[in-house]
Design a protein around this ligand. Sequence first.
Ligand code: GLN
Length: 537
Amino acid sequence: MSKTKYIFVTGGVTSSLGKGIIAASLAKLLQAQDFKVTIQKFDPYINVDPGTLNPYEHGECFVTDDGAETDLDLGHYERFLNVTTSQANNVTTGRVYQSVIEKERRGEFLGKTVQVIPHVTNEIKERMQLLGNSGEYDIVITEIGGTIGDIESLPYIESVRQLIWDLGKENTIVIHLTLIPYLAAARELKTKPTQHSVKKLMESGISADIIVCRTERELSTDLKGKLALFCNVKREAIIQSLDLDTIYDVPLKMLNEGLDKVVLEKLQLVPKKPLDLESWNIFLEKFKNPKYTLKIGLVGKYVELQDSYKSILESLIHAGASNETEIEVVSIHSEYLEEGDVAKKLLGLNGLIVAPGFGERGIEGKISAIAYARVNKLPFFGICLGMQMAVIEYARNQIGLTNANSTEMQANCKEAVIDLMESQKSVVKKGGTMRLGAWDCELTNFSKSADAYQSKMISERHRHRYEFNNEFLDRIFDDKFIIAGTNPETGLVEIVENHDHPWFVGVQFHPEYKSTVSNPHPLFISFVQASLAQKGK
Ligand code: GLN
């Protein structure tokens, strides 16, 4: 008998219902009762991973310690649970097929015709049980991307069906998340799409055990009864998920609805300890009752889409709450800063973040914003491309290297203060080939960063190809513009700081991937504090 219990989360009716948040919230409730839980996401698209996707397509690409480029839902899992995820937590159809095809080329199928069933489904099933088989977890939650009825998700649904059969009903549970639309003209909530969606699941041999209903309005007892009857589930297994102001309220709402209870009962588990959400509640208390407010500018080229900078926005929420501060993020398109009066456009901000990014578009706008922040002593936090642009700005405007640039933007640039990493020069393939994942960084004494981290050695996650060009070390850095962190093995510059300024920090890594509710990131905390001090002036 399997020791690990498996929860599958599927979606119906429409996409974007927030399966990831429901999965993370359930995981939080189970974790708060001392179960060891992890979440994994199976995405039915053919990209091997989302690393090659434009943020407009799929939002931010999240990066794990082990260097996997993953779906942004993994960010939610880490932020909610304060545990790290890995390559194994995100699987796509592209990866599944890649692996099946490689096995076929190695002759592992012994002359058989290789087919979706059983070869692709076996590969999916194996991957679905990988983390469970490690013995590390009591419960594995598997989120299936996409919507029931999609052609591309069929092999996943079939794999779930087979796993339920393999592992036994007492060890598995299926949660189906659907939408209950409100028809304003009829003044009614409608259950029919959900009924159809549940039926569609049944056609594939899966009966949902729990239905989580996304809705704008309260579901009446009658309506819940009707849904239970037609969808073949217990009454208490109809869980209402009302739209909320913050995703961080979802675990508490799911608790009120009894989601964890229904799950534990079906899985024949008893809580290992009484539910403890104390630190979560303290966070929410601070988040909802701020004493201070801040306006932080976020300059980037994908600002139209909120999901592009998901982890940065969430990191600001964590650091804001820990400073009892409500942060209004003002999204500023970098191209908008390329012309006109930048000072006017940035007026009223208490701090400025320049976001990560790729390619040339909008970079001069980023550089102008950084110049403004440097000269006007506005707290500045440059992340990845933001740090690279801060170096270029300083080189051009303070050192007099007027043609300074990055070879990413200008291939034959003579004053290439940012250049392709040596290890990248022979790389031709795009997917999964950047400098990825966690790398050590040694901090310089008496720096803002060392103060913030309270530590000498840190580890942060990376995702980039370019770096500070060490040929310019002596020309750029002095006792004002300093290197605050370096990689101990390669000597790569990881953090720059301007000490002729109250708070000016640029980091080559992505601190936003490591901020969680219970562990807000030290640099974000420090940046918020500096912005509060600036506002106080
Ligand atoms: N485009 C830059 C590089 O590849 C920065 C990447 C980033 O901001 N993540 O180095």
